[in-house]
Design a protein around this ligand. Structure first.
Ligand SMILES: [Ca+2]
Ligand SMILES: [Ca+2]
Length: 428
C-alpha cells in the first residue's frame, strides 16, 4: 500500500514530474510515475497583411512570447496530503503598431493555464487518491483599431495542450474510478475548439475510455460517471489528454474562452472474490437443425470473462466437426446453431474477473432427431401419425421426440414447409 511507501519526488523538469514510490511486498497500488506535459502557443494577429509595409513596424506575438512557469507546492509528495503543479501561460502583447497608421492598431491578449492537484485521501486500505487536472484558454481582441488588415483573417489565438499520466502497479484490487469530466465553452464572438479524453489502460487492454467532443458556444459536455473494475497483476496507466484553443477575431471586443477539467477519484480495495452468478444456465432441448441457447448472468465489478464448456471441454466459436456452429463461447449467451445429436451433453460456464473465477451449474442439452415423420414411433409413417402432425403444427413445440419427428426439413421447427414432405412420406 502507499501507506508504507515513502514516495519521493525525484526530479522536477520544466514540464515533467516523476514520482517513484518505494514498493513493498503486498502493495495494492504503488505509484510508479506521474508525469505531465503542457504545450501552449499563441498565433496573435499573424496575418501577413498586417506586416510591413502595409502596417508599419509591428510587434508580433509570434513566435509566442509565452512565459511558461512551473510551480510545485512542495518538493515531497507526502503520503497524505495535496501536492499542486501549475503551469501559467500568458501572452498579453500583440500586434501593437506604429501610431498614426490606419491599420493594425489592434491588440490581442490571450493566455492559458494548466494545473494538477494530487491528493492521497487515505493511504490505509482502501487506498483513496484524488487527481484534479485542469486547463483553460482565453483570447481577447482588446485594443482599438478596427478591422483594418484582412477582415476575418487577423486573429489572436491561445492554444493549450496538456497530457497527464499516472502509472501504477496493482495486484488483485477492486478499483473504483469516479470522475467528473467537463469541457466548457463560453458564449463569445470568437471561436473555441477543444477535446478531452480519459483512458485507463491495463496489461490486457483498455478498461475505460471516454472522449469529450467540443460543446456548442455557451455549453458544456459532461462525462461524469463511476465505474468499478477488478484489476489483476500488472501495470496500469490513467491518461488524460486535453487540448483547448480560443480565437478572437478582429474587430476588437471579441473574445473566446473555455475550460476543461477532470476530477478522478481512484479507490483501491483488496479483492479476491470471483463474480457472483445471478442466473444459472437451464437445461435446453432442440430439434435437430434447430438452435439452442444457454444463458448465464453474473454480477460484480468487471471486466467479466466467460468460457462455456461442454462436458468440461472449452468451446470455441465456429463450426464443429458435426456440422453445428458455436457462437458466443466467450460471452454470457452461448448459441448452438444447426444443433445435432453430437452436441448433446452437459454445458457450464466459467465466469471470471481478473483475479478469480467460478463455475456455473451444469445444464444439459438434448437434441431430438428430426425428419422421420413417424411421430408415434411405431416404425412406419402412416395415417396414425397424421393427428400428431396436426398437433405439432398447432403447438409449435416445445422440442420433443414426437414434435421433432415431424420437422421434415430438419430446420428445428414444425411449420407448413414440413407438410408436403410429410405427405410424401405418407405416400411412400
Ligand atoms: Ca408411425
Ligand atoms: Ca421444419
Amino acid at each position: 500500500m502507499i501507506a508504507s511507501a515513502s514516495t519521493r519526488l525525484l526530479s522536477i523538469g520544466p514540464f515533467a514530474v516523476v514520482l517513484v514510490a518505494a514498493s513493498a511486498a503486498g502493495d495494492l497500488a504503488t505509484v510508479q510515475s506521474f508525469s505531465w506535459t503542457v504545450q501552449a502557443d499563441t498565433d496573435a494577429h499573424s496575418d501577413a497583411n498586417c506586416a510591413p509595409p502595409n502596417c508599419g513596424p509591428s510587434t508580433y506575438c509570434s513566435p509566442a512570447p509565452w512565459t511558461p512557469s512551473f510551480s510545485d507546492s512542495g518538493s515531497t509528495l507526502a503520503n497524505i496530503g495535496t501536492t499542486s503543479y501549475n503551469a501559467l501561460l500568458n501572452c498579453s502583447t500583440a500586434c501593437i503598431y506604429a501610431p498614426g497608421l490606419p491599420c493594425c492598431q489592434g491588440g490581442v491578449s490571450g493566455g492559458g493555464f494548466a494545473n494538477a492537484d494530487v491528493t492521497i485521501l487515505s493511504s490505509t486500505s482502501p487506498t483513496q487518491t484524488r487527481w484534479i487536472f485542469g486547463a483553460a484558454a482565453t483570447s481577447n481582441a482588446s485594443a482599438g483599431g478596427g478591422d483594418p488588415c484582412a477582415p476575418g483573417a487577423a486573429d489572436g489565438s491561445a492554444d493549450v495542450q496538456h497530457s497527464w499520466q499516472l502509472t501504477f502497479e496493482a495486484n488483485c484490487t477492486r478499483l473504483l474510478l469516479s470522475r467528473t469530466h467537463i469541457l466548457n465553452f463560453s458564449q463569445g464572438a470568437g471561436t473555441m475548439n477543444g477535446t478531452s479524453s480519459i483512458s485507463l489502460v491495463g496489461p490486457d487492454g483498455t478498461l475505460f475510455s471516454q472522449m469529450l467532443t467540443p460543446p456548442s458556444p455557451g455549453g458544456q459536455n459532461n462525462g461524469s460517471g463511476s465505474d468499478e473494475f477488478v484489476i489483476g497483476p500488472g501495470r496500469y496507466m490513467l491518461t488524460i489528454d486535453s487540448q483547448i484553443s480560443s480565437a478572437a477575431i478582429f474587430p476588437p471586443g471579441e473574445s473566446a474562452s473555455g475550460q476543461v477539467y477532470s476530477i478522478c477519484d481512484l479507490t483501491f480495495t483488496p479483492h479476491n472474490d470471483p463474480p457472483s452468478i445471478t442466473a444459472q444456465p437451464t437445461p435446453m432441448s432442440a430439434c435437430e437443425g434447430g438452435t439452442a441457447v444457454f444463458n448465464v448472468s453474473a454480477g460484480g465489478p468487471g471486466p467479466i470473462s466467460y468460457q462455456w464448456r461442454r462436458n468440461g471441454m472449452d468451446l470455441i466459436d465456429g463450426p464443429t466437426a458435426s456440422g453445428s456452429i458455436i457462437d458466443g463461447a466467450n460471452t454470457a449467451s452461448l448459441s448452438l446453431v444447426n444443433a445435432g445429436p453430437a452436441d448433446n451433453g452437459s454445458y457450464d460456464c466459467i465466469v471470471a474477473n481478473a483475479c478469480a473465477g467460478t463455475t456455473s451449474d451444469e445444464a444439459t442439452l438434448t437434441v431430438f432427431p428430426g425428419g422421420s415423420g413417424d411421430g408415434n414411433a411405431d416404425g412406419t409413417v402412416d395415417g396414425d401419425d397424421i393427428q400428431g402432425m396436426i398437433n405439432a403444427l398447432a403447438s409449435g413445440g416445445p422440442p420433443s421426440v414426437p414434435y421433432c419427428a415431424y420437422d421434415m426439413d430438419t430446420d428445428g421447427i414444425v411449420d407448413m414447409h414440413d407438410v408436403p414432405l410429410f405427405v410424401l412420406a405418407l405416400l411412400q
